[in-house]
Design a protein around this ligand. Structure first.
Ligand SMILES: Nc1ncnc2c1ncn2[C@@H]1O[C@H](COP(=O)(O)OP(=O)(O)OP(=O)(O)O)[C@@H](O)[C@H]1O
Length: 222
């Protein structure tokens, strides 16, 4: 069964249309990648799915329910996680506080915070450090771990490797594959880094001028 089924989706900014007639589905436990040049609409797609922008047409079935017109917090509560580009962690809160905030806001148990800290060893020595002083890579891991503290069944990742070193990138790959294996986590990944995409994605779609143009296996896309 599909965790996400999108059909005829259109979205944009005011009178500027960006996405047109977008349709695809993600199976439970699947990792789907979306590739595309700058400005083609990849981030806009994730914004429309997360609720950051409201689609002007189309359906977004999440676990069988159409969420296309729901606000972001309701989608998050259903188990739709979103890690936007730029990460958006709370700079004045510590690593642990950032994560506890996400767990509380979603009604997930606070024990998930310790579970996620255990899954991301790089966070262990810095749990009491303020989010704002972390390196770019540390912030990326925190943003991902914080998203997972809300107990999502599908996560939307917008260019998670942007500006981070290969060793951290490899850790993120390993942890995401483990989460998929152990918890059945599904992932929609927007990424320009082909190695990361190839390591992670089961299937890759290509976005061109607001449309999903064709599908190819990750090897072919690379
Ligand atoms: N807030 C906004 N208001 C108006 N137009 C926007 C806004 N955000 C993005 N756009 C426009 O929407 C189009 C798609 O942008 P989007 O960020 O989705 O592309 P992208 O494929 O994610 O690109 P990149 O890889 O550079 O992040 C672009 O033409 C962009 O200029």
């Amino acid at each position: 069964m599909s965790i996400l089924a999108v059909s005829n989706l259109a979205a944009g900014y005011g009178s500027i249309g960006v996405l047109r007639d977008v349709g695809f589905a993600i199976a439970e436990g699947e990792i789907l990648g979306v590739l595309g040049h700058n400005g083609m609409g990849k981030s806009t797609l994730l914004k429309a799915l997360s609720g950051a922008i409201r689609p002007s047409a189309g359906a977004i079935l999440f676990a069988g329910v159409d969420i296309a017109q729901e606000p972001p917090h309701r989608r998050a509560r259903r188990g739709l996680g979103y890690v936007p580009q730029g990460r958006q962690i709370f700079p004045g809160l510590t690593v642990r506080e950032n994560m506890a905030f996400a767990a509380r806001a979603s009604g997930a148990p606070l024990s998930l915070v310790d579970e996620m800290i255990a899954r991301f060893p790089r966070l262990q020595p810095i749990v009491d450090r303020a989010g704002g002083v972390l390196s770019g890579g540390e912030q990326q891991i925190l943003a991902l771990a914080r998203c997972l503290c809300a107990k999502p069944s599908l996560i939307l990742l917008d260019e998670p490797t942007e500006g981070i070193q290969p060793s951290i990138r490899d850790e993120i790959v390993e942890t995401l594959l483990t989460l998929r294996r152990e918890l059945g986590l599904s992932i929609l990944l927007v990424e320009q880094n082909l190695k990361f995409m190839t390591d992670l994605a089961d299937r890759v779609l290509h976005m061109e001028k607001g449309r999903l143009a064709f599908a190819a296996p990750p090897e072919a896309a690379a």
